[in-house]
Design a protein around this ligand. Structure first.
Ligand SMILES: [Zn+2]
Length: 395
């Protein structure tokens, strides 16, 4: 065929994840295949599939994460009260600050600090351009009902939109589950702003609402960080893993976004090296490391006391507050056959909060990808050509 003359064609199929690609004269086209099927062996105690992101089953069918699980240790409410009491200062306007997103855990944290612990709290929100409308309503209701002061800030010059667009495009050129978190870089560069607000308002304590079930184990594994590695070696391995990934897909090192990307690494969370250096005199507190996180209690209180709600077309109350979360689920599902919810529910099973049967039932429903929402997001960042046409055919 004449049109093929001088054209170099290469085909590549990788097993884990299953990604098939064809390159024609250096231009790469790809297909993702579904790794997961219900015939694939799952752990007999939790719901994690074998041979994905470091998950292995023993001869009893139990996964390595179940085998090495240690019950979550909570520091206890007495310790929480002791630290919060030390933050009370009548010479200042606020005792502490909470970053709220409109999601369930940060809303509950603010509620408890104000109503149970009677603290003077400043609520802060990053005006993420991808906030779900229901999350915006939740923030407004919470502020109004609790009567707390509220500060909202945004990032300059459509930085979040532009870096998201770059990282989605880059990811689709060479899909890798290890680099899915790169699409969330926009929310990793907000900490310097948060710390600046704390300094301006003379706030010495920042309370976070994340819960201990959310620390996704497989993400670290994908970057080559050993299970149980200490903080220092985790940080180093994480950085090395990211560099290796970026070297395979140079779009992540786009000079236009290199500064914010590095900033995201240095300030990605309150415990990252940059944040720690910038906020030496600020106490960071993870509320649910002291008080046990129980989903039903959290939901019951915020729904009853703060009119909190979630979009009814979604099956899950978790992480709907950012529209990017649905694309993230899609990316994980297409490359790993599982999402962060699989990991989350596996942890809840190990802690005895839900049964394995309930987890499977919930995953069947909650792991469905809301196609319209994913496509709306892609359209919003001018990536209409990447829109998806169907849900994972397995479910
Ligand atoms: Zn397991």
């Amino acid at each position: 065929m004449k049109w093929l003359q001088g054209t170099h064609i290469g085909v590549n199929i990788s097993k884990n994840p299953v990604v098939a690609s064809i390159s024609i004269s250096g231009k790469k086209f790809f297909w993702l295949s579904h790794y997961y099927s219900h015939t694939m062996p799952l752990c007999s105690q939790c719901t994690l599939p074998s041979d994905v992101a470091g998950i292995t089953l023993d001869d009893r069918g139990v996964c390595n994460q179940c085998r090495t699980h240690h019950a979550i240790h909570y520091h206890g409410e007495a310790k929480l009260i002791q630290i919060l009491d030390a933050c009370r200062d009548r010479d200042k306007t606020y005792d502490c600050m909470v970053n709220i997103s409109g999601g369930r855990d940060s809303t509950y944290t603010l509620l408890s600090l104000v109503k149970d612990h009677h603290l003077r709290v400043l609520a802060v929100n990053y005006a993420n351009p991808f906030t779900d409308p229901q999350a915006i309503k939740n923030i407004q209701n919470t502020i109004r009902i609790l009567g707390v002061d509220f500060v909202q800030f945004s990032l300059k010059k459509k930085l979040h939109e532009n870096i998201l667009r770059n990282n989605i495009l880059t990811w689709f050129k060479n899909p890798s589950p290890a680099m899915v978190p790169a699409i969330c870089i926009g929310c990793k560069i907000i900490w310097p702003k948060m710390l600046k607000i704390a300094r301006q308002k003379r706030i010495r304590c920042i309370v976070n609402g994340g819960n201990p079930f959310e620390y996704t184990s497989f993400k670290k594994e994908l970057l080559g960080v050993a299970d149980g590695a200490d903080l220092k070696s985790t940080y180093f391995s994480n950085f090395t893993g990211l560099l290796i990934q970026a070297s395979k897909n140079s779009g992540y090192l786009n000079p236009r976004f290199l500064g914010p990307t590095l900033q995201g690494y240095l300030f990605g969370n309150p415990y990252a090296i940059g944040s720690r250096l910038m906020a030496r005199n600020i106490t960071f507190l993870d509320f649910f490391h002291y008080v046990p996180w129980r989903e039903n209690d959290v939901l019951a209180r915020i729904q009853e006391e703060l009119e909190w709600d979630f979009p009814k077309d979604l099956q899950s109350t978790w992480r709907f507050d950012c529209e990017i979360a649905h694309l993230k689920d899609y990316m994980y599902k297409m490359t790993l056959g599982m999402t962060e919810k699989d990991d989350f529910y596996a942890k809840l099973i190990r802690e005895g909060q839900i049964s394995r049967y309930e987890a499977i039932q919930r995953l069947e429903k909650e792991n469905r990808i809301p196609i319209d929402r994913v496509n709306k997001l892609l359209e919003k960042v001018d990536l209409k050509h990447l829109q998806i046409t169907r849900e994972d055919p397995i479910i």
